[in-house]
Design a protein around this ligand. Structure first.
Ligand code: HEM
Length: 234
């Protein structure tokens, strides 16, 4: 990690990979508290099924949502699990192979899903007409987020193991309030960095968008019969 850095580089890394994540966490938790106490009734992702009950919605939504749950748990384990927790079971090399194969597969399925939803959001006349700026921004950001995540995974597949582990050291350092851990990202690829910055942007906007429906997971949805709001196939 020993490198001579210009003041501007040090400043930029400190801001973007040390302060900004904490700032994003602050905005997230304050926004969450505000939304739940002041705008609780608007916590939802309005269905567009009544506008157009098409195949893109059914396939896109199912592929995206199921795969992104896998991606989420992959991030928690991949980035935040401390080495002593898993090293007795799997080596770091195996962990990276799992990240590339399982993360890559889940990421690819999530990408296909969100790409279908993205195209539908912008090209289906009825859906486009009823979409808000927030709807368009969220679907675009998630598409970019998944694309850059997959790009990062592709880089990881061909990089030395240390480059993969450096990102874990950074994330775990932040988690235990060691902001100097930004230094671990000095040699990380640009695509990984873009992914991290975009990821925290999504964290910042989360409480103010339809993404909030995630905090009100409709568990009963999985067991109750389907509610068809438009069977016309439009
Ligand atoms: C908030 C901060 C986030 C951080 C720090 C982060 C970090 C990472 C890292 C380091 C990788 C690369 C793993 C590798 O090299 O093998 C990755 C991959 C990926 N990320 Fe993120 N990510 C974040 C948020 C998100 C979000 C919000 C999404 C989706 C909506 C997402 C989707 C993906 C996907 C699809 C991949 C590729 C497949 C996989 O490894 O699961 N990430 N992420």
């Amino acid at each position: 990690m020993e490198q001579t850095l210009s003041l501007a580089t040090t400043w930029a890394y400190t801001f973007f990979f040390a302060y900004y994540p904490y700032l994003a966490a602050g905005i997230f938790f304050c926004g969450l508290a505000w939304r739940l106490t002041h705008e609780n009734r608007t916590v939802q992702a309005l269905s567009t099924q009544f506008l157009s009950n098409d195949r893109s919605l059914r396939w896109g939504s199912n592929l995206f949502h199921f795969a992104v749950v896998g991606v989420f748990f992959g991030h928690i384990f991949g980035l935040l699990a401390p080495e002593p927790l898993y090293i007795w079971l799997i080596s770091n090399e195996t962990k990276r192979t799992l990240a590339v194969i399982m993360g890559g597969a889940a990421g690819l399925v999530a990408f296909i899903g969100i790409a279908l939803l993205f195209v539908r959001r912008f090209t289906n006349e009825r859906v486009a007409a009823f979409s808000t700026a927030g709807d368009r921004i969220v679907v675009t950001l998630i598409l970019l987020q998944i694309a850059t995540g997959l790009g990062g995974t592709a880089v990881t597949a061909v990089s030395p193991l240390e480059s993969y582990l450096a990102i874990d050291h950074w994330a775990q350092g932040l988690f235990i309030f060691r902001p100097q851990s930004w230094q671990w990202l000095l040699d990380t690829s640009v695509i990984h960095k873009i992914h991290i910055l975009l990821g925290f942007l999504i964290v910042c906007i989360f409480p103010f968008t339809k993404l909030m429906h995630m905090v009100a997971v409709p568990i009963l949805y999985f067991v109750r019969p389907n509610r068809i709001v438009n069977s016309g196939g439009m």
